[in-house]
Design a protein around this ligand. Structure first.
Ligand code: PYC
Length: 314
């Protein structure tokens, strides 16, 4: 049973929205966040749809359910979700959650920990809008993997983990501009389907459900620009925190980025994250810095008489 009133704070991080659910979410128990995600998915999936899908949301909306953490010294637990399912981690969403918690006065400047289904991350708040994330360990699983996309061409890219699974492509022949998002969506959606069809997977057989095209920057001082296709076919308006983490892991693996060196990642709409690598016990822990703003604080109402109360689901 879910409450019929849901308290949310909407934020956007570099243009990418996050709807942060503060109260009114389903009861998921007190187990590890990965276990709670399983309960959410198996028993309360319509709540996900109610929060992020039309008519209240849109395909681009990412939800973040704020929960009690297991470790009482952590600030919160959080499960991220979107128009089609659930995310392991979400960088832009984590920045949005930290800004929403600060808006509520629940956290102040300084470093706090957030538990996610794929591990604990640290967030450092530097004023009301600027957040630095110390992300989960990130790594490249495979380099120079060829994938043939029927009707298009063969692409070569890297498979990497940054809190979600990514296929990162540099040589794609596309121009990364907002005016081209339909073409970029066609190419990246084709890549995702081809990866699956050709049995190219992440660790443990996980689907590679985020595709990142990388190209030259437009902003002065930026190092590169990306286009990231998310699992539900929407593109990330932000530079994608987990995608930038996967990029950082690949750059370190190639010897192109030293520990602490700053990498400025521009998004397809021209928003920016600053990223760097920390090396902890020989492993890459990316650090991502970005800004988010609160755009609304509201109550969602689930009216039992509303035929679309639980969202329009495919
Ligand atoms: O910022 O990590 C991210 C992200 C994943 C999907 C959308 N944004």
């Amino acid at each position: 049973m879910t409450n019929n009133k849901i308290h949310v704070i909407d934020t956007h991080t570099g243009g990418e929205p996050t709807r942060v659910v503060i109260a009114g979410g389903p009861e998921l128990g007190t187990g590890p966040l990965a276990e709670r995600l399983g309960i959410f998915r198996d028993r309360h999936d319509r709540f996900r749809s109610a929060v992020v899908n039309e008519p209240r949301g849109s395909d681009v909306m990412v939800g973040a359910l704020v929960l009690e953490p297991i470790d009482p010294t952590a600030a919160a637990g959080v499960i991220f979700f979107n128009n089609v399912g659930y995310l392991g981690m979400c960088g832009h969403g984590t920045i949005g959650v930290a800004v929403a918690l600060a808006h509520l006065g629940r956290i102040g400047d300084g470093t706090h920990r957030l538990e996610t289904p794929v591990g604990t991350v640290a967030v450092t708040l530097d004023g009301p809008n600027t957040v630095t994330i110390d992300n989960v360990e990130s790594y490249r699983l495979a380099k120079d993997v060829s994938v043939e996309v029927p009707g298009l061409r063969t692409y070569v890219g890297d498979v990497a983990w940054g809190g979600n699974w990514f296929f990162l492509v540099h040589e794609h022949g596309e121009t990364l501009r907002v005016a081209n998002v339909e073409r970029l969506t066609e190419v990246t959606w084709g890549l995702r389907q081809a990866l699956w069809a050709q049995g190219i997977r992440g660790t443990g057989g996980a689907e590679i459900d985020h595709i990142e095209l990388i190209g030259p920057p437009s902003l002065p001082g930026a190092d590169s620009k990306n286009f990231v296709l998310c699992p539900g076919r929407a593109y990330d308006r932000s530079p994608c925190g987990t995608g930038t983490s996967a990029t950082i892991a690949c750059l370190v693996a190639d010897g192109r980025l030293a520990e602490g060196q700053v990498w400025r990642q521009e998004s397809i709409i021209g928003s920016l994250f600053e990223a760097s690598a920390r090396i902890v016990a020989g492993r890459v822990r990316p650090r991502i810095r970005g800004t988010a703003y609160v755009s609304a604080e509201s109550t969602l109402i689930l009216d039992p008489a509303d035929p679309f109360a639980w969202g329009i689901r495919p």
